[in-house]
Design a protein around this ligand. Structure first.
Ligand code: HEC
Length: 136
């Protein structure tokens, strides 16, 4: 009986995973715990991506920051999958804010950026937010 229940639960889990794949699954497994499914973040500790992440791409240094921030640069995903999940969040949570000339991240770009980690995330982030506010 217990085994039958376990089999049903596993089958249900597989069915759920099959509905979501690629960047959406990578986001669910690697990012959503902090940034939430709807990109609203965790107030007080994790910033919202929704309505915010696309704005970084509008200011100098923002494109690099978004790929070098620890949650992205250190994600347990290869360069292509990391580019995929970043392009996915930008499309899903930042579409209205992206600059007109936005070009998607490539695996090669991610590979280069994640090899030079950000050592002062808070300062870089604060300066970018100031630049975003000024550009408004
Ligand atoms: C352990 C919690 C955590 C996980 C997991 C995580 N992040 Fe984050 N993320 C943060 C925090 C906190 C920040 C704010 C910058 C900092 O302090 O690192 C951030 C910042 C960001 C930013 C820059 C936006 C901003 O407002 O600064 C992006 C883009 C981002 N994360 C994407 C992702 C993606 C994509 C993943 C999954 C591959 C991910 N994050 C996983 C906590 C997390």
């Amino acid at each position: 009986m217990i085994r039958a229940v376990a089999v049903v639960l596993v089958a249900a889990g597989i069915a759920t995973a099959a509905d979501v794949s690629g960047p959406a699954l990578d986001y669910a497994l690697n990012c959503q715990g902090c940034h939430r499914a709807d990109g609203s973040g965790t107030p007080g500790s994790v910033p919202a991506l929704a309505g915010s992440v696309g704005k970084f791409l509008r200011v100098r240094g923002g494109r690099e920051y978004v790929a070098r921030v620890p949650g992205v640069a250190q994600a347990p995903l290869d360069d292509a999958a990391t580019a995929g999940v970043l392009n996915w969040i930008l499309e899903r949570f930042g579409r209205d804010d992206l600059p007109a000339d936005f070009s998607p991240y490539t695996a090669a770009e991610i590979g280069g950026l994640r090899r030079s980690p950000l050592t002062d995330v808070e300062r870089v982030r604060r300066e970018l937010l100031e630049a975003i506010a000024r550009a408004r």
